[in-house]
Ligand binder design. Structure first.
Ligand code: NAD
Ligand code: UDP
Length: 310
């Protein structure tokens, strides 16, 4: 029997790649999105495909449809967006989770939550393991996102405990690739777009802060491998590429690969910007045999090709 799958946030960067892969796996895909931080162009090539349906819908409102699998990716993800619309971000994460979890209760669907490495805040334990409770400022400019995602995780576990919902919580670490918005403020797209245009690259703070970047095809494989495990596996499970890099080094790599003569300029650090981030993916590897296969340099070259072609 064909699976019917709902992807909330399906027109976004990650969601559009996920919808594409689900169609290849012969799922019937319902893509829900209010296009707050994306546009239809991401899924325009899927509209004519059999089995794909786009529904313009805000997850803050309930949705009624049968489903076997549900993915909740609906949330602003770029610090620039969520800090511009903090109340909407919290509401989306909490009301969106409740509405999709209620849908899972009604339909018996398995449901995936796109959680985040931000639940660890500025981590005191490195690399981050799932058992670490994190170091999050509850009243800072990033709190709408961090606490919104933390509350969503808590709701997912409450629906497991009260309603026995088959939940999956994936803590996604920085992911990049084609279809990121050129102007959404995230570091990889920002640096590439500015380097290609010959404009200054701006580093917030010293540039010594680290991130670990996962290429989008690896992340989609991780999410699907996790969701395909037939036994209960609520998680949370870290999903990301452990290859850690300093933001200074990322900037220099991008300048090298784009053959750009843009200058690197330094500005004030962003408040509560995590100073280090690297996933421990032991659990993902042992539970569903997943590890990333695209290294950061290869992924950057593919992403630069994408932005160059635009
Ligand atoms: P994105 O902004 O490209 O995609 C998010 C999508 O959700 C967009 O299409 C947006 O329009 C939609 N959306 C937002 N609010 C909505 C609402 N109220 N109703 C319906 N749709 C709504 O971001 P992304 O990078 O593709 O991230 C997807 C998910 O993964 C997000 O939940 C994000 O928090 C999570 N995540 C992403 C990363 C990453 O590095 N890309 C890291 C950690 C977690
Ligand atoms: N960053 C930067 N310049 C930019 C965009 C981001 O120096 O133009 C830094 C940012 O301060 C953070 C890191 O790059 O330390 C990653 O930022 P991003 O917004 O991509 O994601 P985050 O991991 O902070 O959610």
């Amino acid at each position: 029997m064909k699976k019917r799958t709902i992807v909330a946030g399906g027109a976004g960067f990650l969601g559009s790649h996920l919808c594409e892969k689900l169609l290849l796996m012969d799922h019937e895909v319902i893509c829900l999105d209010n296009l707050m931080t994306s546009n239809e162009v991401n899924v325009a090539h899927l509209i004519t495909q059999k089995g794909f349906r786009f529904v313009r819908h805000d997850v803050m409102l309930p949705f009624y449809e049968k489903a076997d699998w549900i993915f909740n990716l609906a949330s602003p993800a770029s610090p620039f967006y969520y800090q511009t619309k903090p109340i909407l971000t919290t509401k989306t994460n909490i009301l969106g989770s409740i509405n999709l979890l209620d849908l899972a209760v009604r339909t018996g669907a398995r449901i995936f939550q796109a959680s985040t490495s931000e639940v660890y805040g500025s981590p005191m334990i490195h690399p981050q393991v799932e058992s670490y409770w994190g170091n999050v400022n509850p009243v800072g400019p990033r709190s709408c996102y961090d606490e919104g995602k933390r509350c969503a995780e808590s709701l997912f576990f409450d629906y497991l405990r009260e309603h026995n919902v088959d939940i999956r919580i994936g803590r996604i670490f920085n992911t990049f690739g084609p279809r990121m918005l050129a102007d959404d403020g995230r570091v990889v797209s920002n640096f590439i777009v500015r380097a290609l245009a010959g404009k200054d690259i701006t580093i917030y703070g010293s540039g010594k802060q680290t991130r670990s970047f996962c290429y989008v095809s690896d992340m989609v494989d991780a999410i699907l491998a996790y969701m395909s495990v037939e036994t209960r596996l609520p998680g949370p499970v870290n999903l990301g590429n452990p290859e850690e890099i300093m933001i200074n080094d990322l900037a220099n790599l991008i300048l090298k690969f784009t053959h750009s003569d843009s200058r690197i300029v330094y500005t004030v650090p962003q408040q509560d910007d995590p100073i280090q981030r690297q996933p421990d993916i032991t659990l993902a590897t042992s539970a569903f045999n997943w590890k990333p296969v695209v290294n950061t340099k290869e992924g950057l070259k593919l992403t630069i090709d994408y932005f160059r072609g635009r």
